[in-house]
Structures are given as structure tokens and as C-alpha cells.
Ligand binder design. Structure first.
Ligand code: IFG
Length: 534
């Protein structure tokens, strides 16, 4: 991943070179209880843990002899152990071997998957003592979440790419933690502008540190088709060819091999990919590639503008359903995750009757190929199966069809555009982004409650939250990061932490302390004037 060799890092390496003979103790100023110098307190973590009990008498200092201990026979624990070791070795220079053993010795970080009360299948318990750290969870996902928390308990320097010579102290105490909502998601639009496999992998790493566990990829739209489909072989190379994308500069697509690699990489970060093929609207890239997909048999020209709502598959034509089924079949076969998103938004060029006819034929295809269905909340109008997930994206906090679906038992994914759309400008000075849903500053993205965001859809009907990032105005990973950070961390906290912990003043202090980490990671975040950045 991208690392910027900082001057500090180079100086640090020079000091290290001088100090091979000994390790003179670095004085570390005394600090408030539970706050190690430049380290962070248990209560600084984002998302805020359910329960954090600092204990200043139990600080742990990593040493060159520390081991990372995993219980014998657990491949999941070992994978997370290796992930943690890689994170810590870079900046400490310590060997930190991952050992499978029942006992860690005098200085160990122990990762254990075993019966752990109170934390469910995504939570963890974390205990810091003088002799080491223990993270316990019921599952690999929970263990990985615990490691993301531990990562934040080390000084921010831990995120540096070069060895730095200093004390690596973790504040003592214990945490019991588990998520409010099981589904916490980001969305990246590859259709308006193609983001490369490496850029998406970098984004996976960035969102995983805040316990986001799903990444929705918008893979097809009017301007571009971004995933290889063998049975319609021109879709990707033509629909995603050079010059496709807004302003004609967003060309590219994921081959099946790329997509497999991305899913595997995301899985190693405990992030599940949810692919979206938007239909029956937002389909110009497919229809400009295959003339037979148009009612008049004529292929419209490719589009590089940002207008929406003008395209529609040909609802009355049989070849449309062969096309859709071929795409769903191939996409389901290459997607390890349980969900397929079939879009359904802004079908302004499709009559309501035709929309209902289309969805009635297409919705069953998703289950036929073994997946659970997601769609923008417009699909709620056609009474989809109660296993389908409408994704709410409007701005007025109300949609009768979605509320009716929730009453029938559908779980709703919340992404209200005026709170969670990361492509909205921060304010009138933001160069990137759009503003149709209003400006969204850091506080706006944080100060809302999913349980009261949508009329008639209460806590028990909410699957989780998502922060979509549309790419009409984005060109680089720096652009993605500028719009995503810091607002994405607020959505991550809304998805994970108890509502009782939501407090803007407390959050903005914790957010400020993330900045040195983002600088080390090379994340191009927006320095909002609402936060006193460290
Ligand atoms: N709405 C469109 C998106 C995108 C967005 C940009 C949805 C579901 C505006 N549909 O959001 O395609 O253009 O903010």
C-alpha cells in the first residue's frame, strides 16, 4: 500500500543505526491515568466500544521478545495473528513471531477464538495487562474487530511504514464490545469513474480499520460497465473500454480474476463484497454496447455526462431477460458473499407498470442463483420477498413503500443521502462532489440516529447503515479519501456503537486523534474546521 517515507521515519532509522549497541530508555512523560504518551486511551477508540474500563496499573509495553500467540489449530486466529504481526513489525522492527501455543510466555498478545460471553458473533473482549494483551471472540470476525481496536491503542506511530525507535505502550484495562447493527457498509461507484483493483484494495484496508464489514461496488451504470461477463463478452471491454466514464476519462473494468482477487483480499480484512448491477434504469453502457438490448434495435451513443433517469432496458423484449439472467448467473457464481444488489433506482424512463413487470421476472433470479437480494428502496413498491433488503437513499426520512416492507418483515439498509452520501460537498468551498442532497459537514454525517431516521422503520427493522460514494466527480484515490474521511468514521460509529455513546463533543476529540494515523497511512483526509486536528 501507499506509504510516504516521512522525514521522521528517516531520522528514526538514523537513530536506530546509532543505537544497535543498546537500547537507552526513552523517557516518556508521565501522563494522565490510562493515557500513555501519544498512545491512546481505551476511550479514544473509534467506533466507541460498548464498555471500556481503563486501568493505569496494567499498561503493557511491547518488547522485542513479545510473541503473538494463537490457540493451536485455529487457522482463523493464525490469519489474524499474521495480519496483526505485519502491522506491528513494520514500525517496531520487532520479530513478533506468531506462535500456536496454549501459553504465551512472559510477553504475549494472545488471540483466542472460543466461547466469549456477551459479545455475539461480531464482538470481542480485550484485556490489557502488564504481561500482555488477550483478545477473545466467538468468531474470526470478532477477533479481527478486536485487533482493529488494539491497533488504535498503540501510539499513532504504529501506523508508520518505517521502523521507529520508541516505547510501544498500550494503556491498561479491559473492553467488552459488540456492534449495534450487524451490517456496516461503504459503497464505491466504479461505473462513473473506474477505480483500479489496487485503489479498491487500499479503500478496503482504510474502511476495515473502523469495523466496516461490507463493501458495495456499483459496477454498471449509464457511463460504464466494470465487470467481465463471459456470455456477453463485449460488455466489459466495450462498455468499460478506454474513454468510458464521466468526462470520458474513467475507462477500465475488473476481469473475473481481478474480482476474485478483490473478494479474497476483502475477505482477509473481514469485508464482504456486494456487487451491484443497476437496472432497469442506469443501463446506457450495456445498451450502447449491445443494440439488441434496445427496443428500437439501435444502440444509443455512450454517455460521459452525469444526467440520470433517461435509460431503460426494453421491458417487453425477451432478450432483456436472457441478458439479465446471464449477468445475474455469472455475477452470483463469482461472488462469495451472500448478497447481490440489482439497483432499481431512478427508473424514470420505465413506466410503473413496466417496472413492476420487470422486477417480477428479475427478483426471483437472484434467489435462483443462491443469493439474497438488495435493491434501492424503489423496489419496495413491487412487494419483494421479505428476505429482500431495500436500501433507503432519499432525503425526506419517509417512504411509505419501504415502511410497509419493514412492516412485512423486510430489513432495511439505511443510506439517507443528506446524511451518508459521501459524494456530497462538505460546504460551498468543496471542489469535489455534488450538492443535490445538501452540504454534509462532519457533524451532519455524525449527528443522526438510524433508529429514527426513517418513519415507520424502527431499530429492529434496520439491517444496518451504508455510506455510498458516487464517482461523478472523483478521479483518484486521493479524491475518494478526501470525500470519505473523516465522514465515513462517523457512519462506522453509528453502525457499531450504542446510541447512548453518541456525543459530538466527545466524538470530535476522538476524531482529532485519528489524524496522525491517517498522515502515516497517507490518507488524504479533509481537515474540517469543525475538528481541532492533532
Ligand atoms: N442518485 C443516483 C446515483 C448518483 C447519485 C449521486 C442513487 C441511488 C444520485 N442514484 O443515489 O446514481 O448519481 O449523488
Amino acid at each position: 500500500m501507499r506509504k510516504r517515507l516521512s522525514l521522521v521515519g528517516l531520522l528514526g532509522a538514523a537513530v536506530l543505526g546509532l543505537s544497535v549497541l543498546g537500547t537507552p530508555a526513552l523517557a516518556e512523560p508521565d501522563t494522565a491515568a490510562g493515557q500513555t504518551a501519544q498512545g491512546s486511551r481505551l476511550t479514544d477508540v473509534i467506533p466507541a466500544p460498548v464498555e471500556a474500563k481503563p486501568n493505569a496499573n496494567r499498561d503493557f509495553r511491547l518488547s522485542p521478545g513479545t510473541v503473538i500467540r494463537v490457540q493451536p489449530g485455529s487457522q482463523k486466529a493464525r490469519q489474524t495473528g499474521e495480519y496483526l504481526a505485519a502491522l506491528l513489525r513494520k514500525s517496531t522492527g520487532y520479530r513478533l513471531p506468531v506462535v500456536a501455543s496454549h501459553y504465551g510466555g512472559p510477553s504475549a498478545i494472545s488471540l483466542v477464538i472460543g466461547r466469549t460471553d456477551r459479545v455475539g458473533d461480531q464482538g470481542y473482549q480485550l484485556d490489557v495487562n502488564r504481561s500482555g494483551v488477550t483478545i477473545r471472540a466467538n468468531t474470526g470476525d470478532g477477533l479481527f474487530s478486536g485487533v482493529q481496536t488494539l491497533r488504535q491503542l498503540f501510539p499513532a506511530d504504529i501506523e508508520g511504514g518505517q521502523q521507529k525507535w520508541r516505547k510501544w505502550t498500550v494503556a491498561g484495562g479491559s473492553i467488552v464490545d459488540y456492534p449495534r447493527f450487524a451490517y456496516r457498509s461503504a459503497m464505491l461507484d466504479l461505473a462513473r469513474h473506474f477505480h483500479t483493483l489496487d485503489e479498491v484494495k487500499a479503500y478496503v484496508d482504510e474502511i476495515a480499520q473502523y469495523k466496516i464489514n461490507y463493501l458495495h461496488l456499483h459496477l454498471a451504470d449509464d457511463q460504464g460497465w466494470r465487470i467481465q461477463i463471459d456470455s456477453w463478452p463485449k460488455l466489459a471491454p466495450v462498455g468499460g473500454g478506454p474513454g468510458t466514464g464521466v468526462d470520458g476519462v474513467g475507462g477500465g473494468y475488473l476481469s473475473k480474476a481481478d474480482y476474485a482477487e478483490l473478494n479474497a483480499y476483502a475477505a482477509s480484512r473481514h469485508v464482504t463484497i456486494v456487487p451491484e448491477i443497476d437496472m432497469p434504469g442506469h443501463t446506457n453502457a450495456a445498451q450502447s454496447t449491445y443494440a439488441e438490448l434496445n427496443c428500437d434495435g439501435k444502440a444509443p451513443p455512450p454517455r460521459t455526462d452525469i444526467e440520470v433517469g433517461y435509460s431503460s432496458l426494453c421491458i417487453g423484449s425477451e432478450i432483456t431477460y436472457k441478458f439479465v439472467e446471464d449477468v445475474i448467473r455469472e455475477l452470483a457464481a463469482m461472488t462469495p458473499g451472500p448478497y447481490l444488489h440489482i439497483g432499481g433506482d431512478e427508473a424514470h424512463a420505465t413506466t410503473p407498470e413496466d417496472y413492476a413487470k420487470f422486477e417480477a421476472r428479475v427478483i426471483p433470479m437472484v434467489a435462483k442463483y443462491g443469493k439474497k437480494l438488495q435493491g434501492w428502496h424503489e423496489i419496495a413498491k413491487v412487494n419483494p420477498p421479505t428476505t429482500a433488503v431495500p436500501q433507503f437513499w432519499d432525503t425526506d426520512g419517509e417512504d411509505a413503500a419501504t415502511a410497509a416492507a419493514a412492516a412485512r418483515g423486510n430489513k432495511v439498509l439505511l443510506s439517507p443521502a443528506n446524511k451518508s452520501y459521501l459524494d456530497m460537498k462538505y460546504d460551498e468551498n468543496t471542489k469535489l462532489g455534488l450538492k443535490w442532497a445538501g452540504y454534509i459537514e462532519v457533524k451532519d454525517a455524525y449527528e443522526w440516529n438510524p433508529a429514527t431516521a426513517l418513519k415507520g422503520v424502527g431499530e429492529s427493522s434496520i439491517l444496518g447503515v451504508e455510506a455510498p460514494l458516487w464517482s461523478e466527480t472523483l478521479r483518484t484515490l486521493d479524491d475518494v479519501e478526501f470525500m470519505a474521511f473523516p465522514r465515513l468514521t462517523g457512519i462506522a460509529e453509528l453502525g457499531w456503537s450504542p446510541q447512548a455513546t453518541h456525543n459530538w463533543e466527545n466524538y470530535r476529540d476522538r476524531l482529532a486523534k485519528q489524524a496522525p494515523r491517517w498522515v502515516h497511512q497517507g490518507i488524504n483526509f479533509y481537515r474540517s474546521p469543525q475538528v481541532d486536528w492533532k
